[in-house]
Write a protein that binds this ligand. Structure first.
Ligand code: HAM
Length: 424
């Protein structure tokens, strides 16, 4: 027996799980169409410099980085946003805005493996490029709500925040960019003590501490409290007002926001505005997350271009679907096994199989050369709906035997009526 196993943190997706992945990809693709997003496929391997530019310390340290044979330092993409920003500064730079781009595929991070956390995982990613308006932020949140609903998930919640609140305070208090990023990284991990320890000004520490402690059950109340709290900070005030506008738009559109978290931060460094996450409270895992990043495209050498986006973790959505025992809405197609009694009818039987497939019926042709009884037993065990048994005598009069596994009965059926009878 082979002792080879997948690399740690990577896994094989077997048919049941792959079916859920395909279902999620179909739902994501339908949503992309409904919201006007066009799909693009970008490379899995990208220049290290591109992926590391603004992703943040945590992601940088967890990239699968290597030298290719041409001595270039490259890495497996840990997300899609950098690749899309690259595309927007190069091939798509003259495209009229807004640009709405959708991608789906595997991404790689050297995370510590655990339930719902892998080193190879899949994301469905959406980027809306070219608008700084709160309606664009709202679209991304509404798209998220629609994505969750379409897949049948129920127990999810959306958490909203704004990096401009924390950054506005830190900037006004003279904290440099590098320290700000380090503070936000720790805030993301909810390691508030470590975050505050990096700030030398006591006034600033106190302000942040108060923000962390703000509590309310209603997102609108939280925003009001935040406004009062940051009133002496010009940029932070503008951030909270922007957050209030986005909250109102999405709520008016029927999308419930569970919480506004005043001390919310996300691991990625490129965010400049609204940030959010969709999560399952019972499982305490994020199914997706995103936000506004107005400076990234400029960092990559493009024109200043505002942008906002989101990515959903398909592995985690699949986990939630399994945990919530959601039935997938899938198109039912009948499955049929086609077999012969004698070898002489094989070529005729193959033609019949082809005819059935053309009529939209799934056919598993008997390719093992088993005796009829064994082939029927196998077909029954594998839960096909019918067996089509092609015999010499029936074929002479243009018929075959159709065995119905559910009804446990068999009849002779004319070839001209076979597909209709199976589909009925
Ligand atoms: P992110 O929050 O790093 O955002 O990842 C998005 C989602 O990917 C997470 O919410 C989670 O469901 C899934 N995910 C992250 N790490 C793992 C892992 N190790 N195993 C399984 N699933 C994981 C981004 O990637 C941003 N690029 C989103 C974005 C797009 N922001 C703007 N545009």
């Amino acid at each position: 027996m082979s002792t080879f196993q997948p690399v740690r943190g990577m896994r094989d997706l077997l048919p049941d799980e792959t079916e859920i992945f395909r279902y999620l990809i179909t739902q994501a693709t339908k949503n992309a169409q409904l919201y006007g997003f066009k799909e693009v496929i970008t490379p899995v391997v990208e220049p290290y410099e591109l992926l590391s530019a603004k992703s943040g310390e945590e992601i940088r340290q967890r990239m699968f980085t290597f030298k290719d044979l041409g001595d270039r330092t490259v890495a497996l993409r840990p997300e899609f946003t950098a690749s899309i920003a690259r595309l927007v500064t190069t091939t798509l730079k003259n495209e009229p805005k807004p640009l709405r781009l959708f991608s789906v595929g595997s991404v790689y991070r050297y995370d510590e493996p655990q339930k719902g956390r892998y080193r190879e995982f899949w994301q469905a990613n959406f980027e809306l490029i070219g608008s700084a308006k709160p309606e664009a932020d709202a679209e991304i949140i509404l798209l998220t709500n629609s994505m969750m609903k379409k897949t049948g998930l129920t127990n999810y919640a959306i958490k909203l925040g704004h990096v401009g609140t924390l950054k506005g305070i830190l900037t006004q208090e003279g904290v440099d960019d590098k320290t700000q990023n380090a503070v936000l990284q720790r805030m993301d991990k909810k390691d508030y003590n470590a975050a505050l320890a990096l700030v030398s000004s006591e006034k600033c520490r106190n302000k942040l501490q108060e923000l962390i402690e703000l509590k309310s059950n209603n997102p609108f109340d939280t925003v009001e409290q935040m406004k009062a709290h940051v009133k002496d900070y010009e940029k932070a005030t503008a951030a909270v007002e922007n957050l209030a506008t986005i909250l109102k738009i999405v709520t008016d559109c029927g999308c419930e926001i569970k919480t506004v978290d005043p001390a919310f931060a996300r691991g990625l460094e490129y965010y400049t505005g609204m940030i959010f996450e969709v999560y399952i409270p019972q499982l305490d895992i994020a199914l997706g997350g995103g936000g506004r990043y107005d400076k990234l495209i400029e960092v990559f050498g493009g024109e200043p271009t505002p942008a906002v986006g989101v990515a959903y973790g398909l592995d985690r959505m699949a986990l939630a679907i399994q945990t919530q025992k959601i039935t997938l809405h899938k198109e039912e197609i009948k499955r049929v096994a086609v077999l012969t009694i004698k070898d002489e009818q094989k070529s005729e039987a193959l033609k019949i199989a082809q005819m059935l497939r053309e009529a939209g019926i799934a056919v598993e042709f008997e390719v093992m050369g088993r005796k009829t009884a064994k082939a029927l037993e196998f077909a029954d065990k594998h839960q096909v709906d019918y067996a089509v048994i092609v015999g010499e005598r029936e074929l002479k009069v243009g018929k075959v035997v159709l065995k119905d596994f559910k009804q446990r009965q068999q009849t002779e059926v004319a070839l001209t009526e076979l597909a209709t009878k199976i589909k009925a």
